[in-house]
Ligand binder design. Sequence first.
Ligand code: ADP
Ligand code: MG
Length: 423
Amino acid sequence: MPIIKDILLQFLFIIVPVLLFKSVWLDRSNLHKLDIKTSLVVLLSSVSVISCMSFPVQFGDDLQYDFRSIPIIITLLYAGYIPGILTIIVMIAFRLSLGGEGIVATIFSCIVYTSLTCLWVKRWYSYSFRKKMGVILLVGIVKQLSVMLGMLAVYLSNDLSTEEIYTHLRPIAEIGVLSLVVFGAITYLMEFIRESYIIRIQVERSEKLNLISELAASVAHEVRNPLTVVRGFVQLLGEETKPHKNEYIRLVLNELDRAEYIISDYLNLAKPQADSKSRLEITSVVGEVAALMASYAVMNGVEIVTNSREELFIYSNSAKVKQALMNLIKNGIEAMQQSGGVLFIKVERINEHIVIYIRDEGVGMSKEQIAQIGLPFYSTKEKGTGLGLMVSCRIIESMAGTVQIKSEQGKGTLVTIRLPAVP
Ligand code: ADP
Ligand code: MG
């Protein structure tokens, strides 16, 4: 049973680097440059490839087989082009240093299975588990066929008889099936590790959110009480002042009510409760919010442009929607504080969704900044709270909607809100 020993060893060579440093594999977004992290991935997969090649599975006198293609394909898929290609270069360099025949066959099969793998590199992370397994199976089979084709070419050029070729290739085919199993197992493991990593990040995130919403709740609660008192007295005043001043009082009352709504919203963050929902005409709501924010925009040298007229409906709580929109519009205006510009707002219906676009021409955000979005207290502004976006996202998510942010530094930001439409 020396073969089993050899196979287990190969398995070990592949799995140890994965387990040893799982966190480097899991964030492909920062493996675009040649930095420490990328080098570490390349180092790990190269060690894996070189060990596989140095201690191959031996059978017969001169036949060997190894699983080097597995770390190469896994690196390509999970870490991206740069680490993948560097690993391939290391593999070929090592193969050249070993010498012997079959170098051309090695390079041939390597080109076949890596170029096939490249088809899926870009979208790999968006695939479901099943689809990934399907891709792995396909790549594994093609890889095996290309390896055997390469060997066949070598044997034919050596003038081996058909029988000899058969006795040579048969065990290669058998072990190829085994390598498929190993390939599947490694992919399963990668997925398993990735999933637990993602869950961990989510738990960390939600812990922070819990803390902040508790805090916000207690602050909001404290502010609400004096507000109620003020409202009561203003109302009393309204009953005794001259009629032309009544208008002011009405405004004050309205604004106080709105403040109270907002505070309730913060309270809702801590404890989501049933709120009164109704059928809302969203275009006019957006118009109202834009009008409300107009003076703030002018103060910052920004013009708000809305050009939607169509009547579109959602089912929601109007104060909440307004709050969410206000936060996002405010951010857009603030992003253009230095340069001025136009803030475009558009509402349209796309199939079953109402889509609201808020686009600014402001400072934009870097990749790192976008990653921080939605975390409480993340703010780049002197007087920022870092709460606005989080609150908006929460509100929209509670309405079964989504918020998508696209931003380019120096060019501007596009916020896309999607909400379920009602007829
Ligand atoms: P605040 O506005 O109080 O800073 P937010 O949660 O509203 O808090 O926003 C968090 C951060 O996200 C901001 O400080 C800013 O850096 C960034 N940001 C949000 N919206 C935009 C935008 N439209 N353009 C550029 N940066 C933005
Ligand atoms: Mg803000």
